[in-house]
Design a protein around this ligand. Structure first.
Ligand SMILES: Cc1ncc(COP(=O)(O)O)c(C=O)c1O
Length: 396
């Protein structure tokens, strides 16, 4: 039996089936390339779902983590340490707001749970989220998630959450009132198939939230840490959110999340209100700081937009592609037919890792360090795979 097949047997025996059984087990990686346990090479254009922002085994991250674990691995939140202080200061700087304050946790769901708890401190009972949104799988974050299929098996969830169509300002206005504590939104709905709202949407929602004294939480878990060419993904709109949530790329590949209370009107936690044993631990914070330093030193925020333009230009012309959407290196390739799952399989067999958030959408979210040569390799490989799988004659 081949090694991957053997690993599948072990997986099925020892792990729950919530992810289905993956086809391959990965052994190591370098930058935007990974190898499986049989030695097969893959170009990684998924990046741990928008997480390995500076690639696999980035020397700066490896060195920062190695140094940190030798010095101090975990101390609990009864004590301060330099990596958390420095990372919080860095994030605060990125918001551009002198009063911003950070709470560290370990994941996107936890960051949104923290935002939810913070919003409860307003004393208002209601929340508005958007249809198609994804905010995490814990009960609170799932209650915010606008995908009924994910919520239904786990009812009852939190009461008082209303879901409005994404991108629709009139619907948002109808739903808002002085009883709404918080509106939570992604700048781009990543899990829903990289759905981009109209350009004026975030600004419009900000104005509506101001009118009703409602907090605006921007969930930058997937769009953050440089992925769209800015630190949080909403900056193009010119708004200042009240709360930002982060995870994925924040830890440079290690588990780390954050909830930032940005504006003066956002409540703040008091001692005993909230906490997390591992949240903001020294090693994850050291990795996050190293990743940020790579992004800054290598000017990756600018490079992201160059790569985006090249990928969009090439892919938009391919037969079988209806639209290429997204921003920076969070790109959704919308297909003419529901062949996304088939494409993902064919791509993996050809040494390319991508994924399908919807039946007709392929998502790519490679490391921001992806090279021009690797972008060309992706375009070539993807074009060939699509031309093999897409059969226009079969269309009704
Ligand atoms: C926008 C958004 N929010 C929250 C989450 C949940 O993050 P985690 O899986 O780290 O809990 C995700 C994960 O995909 C996400 O894309």
């Amino acid at each position: 039996m081949k090694k991957n097949a053997f690993a599948q047997n072990r997986w099925e025996s020892a792990l729950q089936n919530n992810y289905g059984t993956p086809a391959i087990a990965l052994a190591h990686g370098k930058g935007s390339v990974v190898w499986d346990i049989e030695g097969n090479r893959y170009l990684d254009f998924l990046g741990g779902i928008a997480t390995t922002v500076v690639g696999h085994a980035n020397p700066a991250v490896v060195s920062a983590v190695s140094k940190q674990i030798k010095e101090l691995s975990h101390v609990s939140n009864y004590y301060m340490h330099e990596p958390a202080l420095r990372l919080a200061e860095k994030l605060k700087d990125f918001t551009g707001q002198s009063g911003a304050q950070v709470f560290f946790c370990n994941s996107g769901a936890e960051a949104n749970e923290a935002a939810l708890k913070l919003s409860r401190l307003t004393g208002r009972p209601k929340i508005i989220s958007t249809i198609g949104s994804f905010h995490g799988r814990t009960i609170g974050a799932l209650s915010l998630t606008g995908q009924p299929g994910k919520r239904l098996p786990f009812l009852p969830l939190l009461k008082g959450v209303k879901y409005v169509p994404y991108g629709d300002l009139a619907a948002m206005e109808r739903a808002l009132s002085r009883r709404v504590a918080m509106v939570i939104l992604e700048p781009i709905q990543g899990e829903n198939g990289v759905v981009v709202p109209p350009k004026e949407y975030l600004r419009g929602v900000r104005e509506l939230c101001d009118r009703y004294g409602t907090l605006l939480c921007i969930d930058s878990v997937q769009t953050g840490m440089g992925r769209t060419g800015s630190w949080f993904g909403y900056e193009y709109s010119g708004i200042v959110p009240d709360i930002i949530t982060l995870a994925k790329g924040l830890g440079g590949g290690l588990p780390l999340g954050a909830m930032i209370a940005v504006s003066d009107v956002a409540p703040r936690f008091s001692p005993g209100d909230h906490g997390s044993t591992f949240g903001g631990n020294p090693i994850s914070c050291a990795a996050g700081l190293a990743a940020i330093s790579v992004i800054e030193k290598q000017g990756l925020l600018e490079r992201v937009t160059e790569a985006e333009a090249r990928i969009k230009d090439h892919l938009a012309k391919l037969p079988g592609v209806r639209e290429v959407r997204g921003s920076g290196l969070l790109i959704g390739i919308v297909l003419e037919d529901d062949i996304a799952a088939e494409l993902v399989e064919a791509a993996r067999r050809s040494g390319l890792l991508i994924n399908a958030p919807a039946k007709n959408v392929i998502r790519i979210a490679p490391a921001l360090t992806v090279t021009a040569v690797q972008v060309n390799e992706f375009i070539k490989k993807f074009s060939r795979i699509l031309s093999n799988v897409y059969q226009p004659t079969k269309r009704k």
